[in-house]
Design a protein around this ligand. Structure first.
Ligand code: NAP
Ligand code: MG
Length: 483
């Protein structure tokens, strides 16, 4: 078991909360406590912001560092993450419940790739010279926004934090970040690695603690220039209203109820595999999960037979075992929410065709839920409308392409979608018609640091990843020289 960091990381040091308060974090697969984590209060937020501000001052170590040297630090951290994937993956798995296959071999490499990608942008985010008049020399500067306050969720604790940290630092900002209380440990370990790799003190500060206390203090703090949030739509709306008080720049990566649209002319074997991955990867605790399966009527029976057969073979097991593909839900309260949605599906009249209950791995412990599939779901059922954030699939039939698009768009969310068909015109037409930030064609759940990711509608605004992410972490200054 790797060493665990459980204190706040402020100004390059691991410290207790000023109040001395802690909160327990536990392993959802065993229900055992892992550690008591320092719980930041308003004073600690203030100390973290002071440290981050100091590195934004002219003449500070961070400001004096050439962009290419910033890139080298990011690159070193990425190398270290890659080398330590087994350690940090282990920490993520015991804290979150996700299989080690995901934490060590998917999430950590993805976080490293994100750092490599944004290291490459450092020093390449440039302004322009703009011809205006004969007697003027006018140009723009792309400056960092300043101190970025990031708040992140528990489903991909390390990776989603790095999606914010990497572009923010590449652009020359500093960061104060609050991880989710359920899963603070991987980001604290990341801070240890960043320090070892030579990231100057104060450039990154990690302050676990209660969402409402730390999150609100960050949003209110005059020393924070921008908020980058990933989490639920409900909390995101509250933060946006609160940010109005200081008119803080805010970006929101929120929830989803993503449609996975399968046409009868698709490769149904591939579509079944894709639908399974879309909803059960990451125990369904994935913002872009394909939680609504829209099936063309003529393909319905065949697809559902393939899908249920595969789902029934997906058995929960010890998340630390390398062969495990279905782990434990993050907490008891998340499991209870998921189970209550399963009850709502039944009472609304949907047909339960797989799973539908808690399960265990022979230990009698852990928050495991069987891969659950509902058929004959109507668009107005709760399980068709609300984000469940667990391994529960709602299947809805459609008649034709127009019906598919109408049903796909019948949601307040717009994070992701997929379409399965062999007809390329239809595939592109549907991709254009669905209101979502990402549309996959004949695949699901693929991400790359070069491809922007974010929401339409109530899934938020602003993009993580890709060139678009640089928008959130820079601001444009126009300079007019009178000639
Ligand atoms: P959440 O409850 O909104 O929490 C997210 C973060 O906000 C946590 O750090 C949480 O801290 C903090 N927080 C909670 N209440 C707060 C408040 N009143 N003020 C300030 N901060 C507060 O979401 P979650 O349950 O962790 O994550 C699941 C949600 O995230 C889902 O809706 C999912 O779709 C969304 N998500 C979106 C994306 C995307 O890229 N669009 C990616 C992943 C997840 P505590 O942990 O201390 O409560
Ligand atoms: Mg935990």
């Amino acid at each position: 078991m790797p060493d665990i960091q459980h204190q706040l990381f402020i100004n390059g040091e691991f410290v207790d909360a000023r109040s001395g308060e802690t909160f327990a974090t536990s392993n959802p697969a065993t229900e055992e406590k892992i550690a008591d984590v320092a719980s930041a209060g308003v004073d600690d937020v203030d100390a973290a912001v002071k440290a981050a501000r100091a590195q934004m001052e002219p003449g500070s170590e961070w400001q004096k560092m050439k962009p290419r040297d910033r890139a080298k630090v990011l690159w070193r951290i990425a190398d270290m993450l890659s080398a330590k994937a087994a350690d940090i993956g282990h920490i993520e798995t015991i804290d979150n419940g996700k299989p080690i296959f995901e934490s060590q071999f998917v999430d950590t490499p993805a976080a490293a790739e994100c750092l490599y990608y944004f290291a490459g942008w450092s020093g390449k985010v440039t302004g322009e010279t703009i011809p205006i008049a004969d007697n003027a020399f006018t140009y723009t500067l792309r400056e960092p926004v300043g101190v970025v306050g990031a708040i992140t969720p528990w489903n991909f604790p390390l990776m989603l934090a790095v999606w914010k940290i990497a572009p923010a630092l590449a652009c020359g900002n500093t960061v104060v970040i609050k991880p989710a209380s359920n899963t603070s440990l991987s980001l604290l370990k990341f801070a240890e690695y960043a320090k070892e790799c030579g990231l100057p003190p104060g450039v990154l500060n990690v302050i676990p603690g209660s969402g409402s206390v730390v999150g609100n203090a960050m949003v209110d703090h005059p020393g924070i220039d921008a908020i980058a949030f990933t989490g639920s739509t409900e909390v995101g709306k509250g933060l946006m209203a609160r940010a109005a008080k200081t008119l803080k720049k805010i970006s929101l990566e929120l929830g989803g109820k993503s449609p996975n649209v399968v046409f009868a002319d698709s490769d149904l074997e591939a579509a079944a595999r894709g639908a399974l991955n879309a909803i059960f990867y990451g125990k369904g605790e994935v913002c872009a999960a394909g939680s609504r399966l829209l099936v063309e009527e003529s393909a319905h029976d065949e697809l559902m037979a393939k899908l249920t057969e595969r789902a029934n073979k997906m058995v929960a097991a010890d998340p630390l075992h390398p062969k495990t593909r279905l782990g434990a839900l993050v907490s008891k309260s998340q499991m209870d929410t998921v189970l209550s949605y399963i009850e709502a599906g039944k009472s609304d009249g949907a047909k339960l065709i797989a799973g539908g209950e808690r399960t265990d791995i022979g230990t009698g412990k852990g928050y495991f839920v069987k891969p659950t599939i509902f058929d004959d779901v109507e668009v107005d059922h709760r399980i068709a409308k609300e984000e469940i954030f667990g391994p529960v699939l709602a299947t809805i039939r459609f008649k034709d392409a127009d019906d598919a698009v109408a049903k796909a768009n019948a949601t307040v969310y717009g994070l992701a979608a997929a379409v399965w068909t062999r007809d390329i015109s239809k595939a592109h037409r549907i991709a254009k018609s669905i209101k979502a930030g990402t549309v996959w064609i004949n695949t699901y759940n693929l991400y790359d640091p070069a491809l922007p990711f974010g929401g339409f509608k109530e899934s938020g605004f602003g993009r993580d990843q890709g060139k678009d992410a640089l928008e959130k972490y820079t601001q444009t200054k126009s300079v007019w020289v009178n000639l």
